[in-house]
Design a protein around this ligand. Sequence first.
Ligand code: SD4
Length: 328
Amino acid sequence: MNQDRRSFFYTLLHSTFGIAAGTILASRSSYAKSRRKTTQPGLVLSTWKHGVAANAAAWDIIVKNGAALDAVEAGARLTEANPEGRSVGLGGRPDREGIVTLDACIMDQHGNAGSVAFLQDIKHPISVARKVMQETPHVMLVGKGAQQFALQQGFRKENLLTEATRKEYQQWRKKSQYQPIINIENHDTIGVIAQDQHGNLSGACTTSGLGYKMHGRVGDSPIIGAGLFVDNEVGAAAATGTGEAVMKTCGSFLIVERMRQGASPMQACKEAVLRIVKHQDYRDMQVAYIAINKQGEYGAFSIRPGFPYAIKSHDLDTLQPSDAYVQK
Ligand code: SD4
C-alpha cells in the first residue's frame, strides 16, 4: 500500500454524528461535540447552501473513481448554470454599468492552475479557467483576451443578465448607491474543494463577484492563493466573502501553509480570519473559509455567523454552519 493509499485511513473531524441520508443543517452544539471516523477516502466541501447540489454533482464523479479535478469542475458548473444564484455565472448580479463580469480559478493535484477574470458573456468561466490551465502556458487570462480564448476553445457567447437580475439592477439604479461592502446576505460565491478516492486534491472557485461593483473590479476568486489554493501534499482551501480582505491576506495560501505546519483545517481557517480582523475594519464584512487536508480532515471558519458549508463523503451529506469570530 503506498503512502496515498495509507492516507485514506483518516479521521473526519467536526462532522455531525448520526446523520441519515439527506441534507440537514447541523446544530452548532452537535458540530462542536461530534467526531467521526471513516475508513473510506473521498470528500467534497463547498461554500454556502448551493454547495449541497454542487457537492452532489462532484460526488457523482468521485464515487465512480473519477478525479478530484473533474469533480470540482462539475460542482462549480452546476452552480454557474443556475439562474437563481445571484453571485455566480448565469443570473449573477451585474456591475454598476449593468454588465455581468465573471471571475474563476481552478487548481489540480499537480499544482497546475488556471484562471479567468473580468470575463463576459461566457456561462462557464470555471471551464475556461481549466482550458487556460491545460491549453496555454499561462495561468490567468482577463477580459477580452479571456473571452477571445474561450470562443476559440468552442465556448459560445450568452447573455448572462437574466430578466430578474436586469429588473433588480434597474431598481438599484434609482439610487445607484455604491456600496462596495458585501453584506451577509448578498454573497454566494461557490468554492468547491475535493479529495478523490485516490487521495488527490483539487479545487475550484467561481463568482460574478460583488454586485454593482465598479466596472473592471476583480475580487479574490480568480486569484490563486487568495480565493483558492491547493497543494496535493498538504490540503486545499477556498474563500468566499469580501474579496479585498481575502486578497490582502493571501487567505487560501495562508491556510494551506498553516496546515503544512500542522494546524487543523479549522484552526488554519480561523487563523486566516484572525489575520483579517486584526488589521481591517470587519464590521460590515463577511469572509468565510473552507479547508480540507490530505488526511481527509475538514473545517471552516467565518468572520460572522451565517455561513453554511456543505460536506459530502461516503458517510456524510450535510450542510452545517461554520464557527465564527463574531458571536451572535
Ligand atoms: C469577490 N469573493 O468577488 C467574491 C465575492 C463573493 O459571493 O464571495 N461573492 O470578492
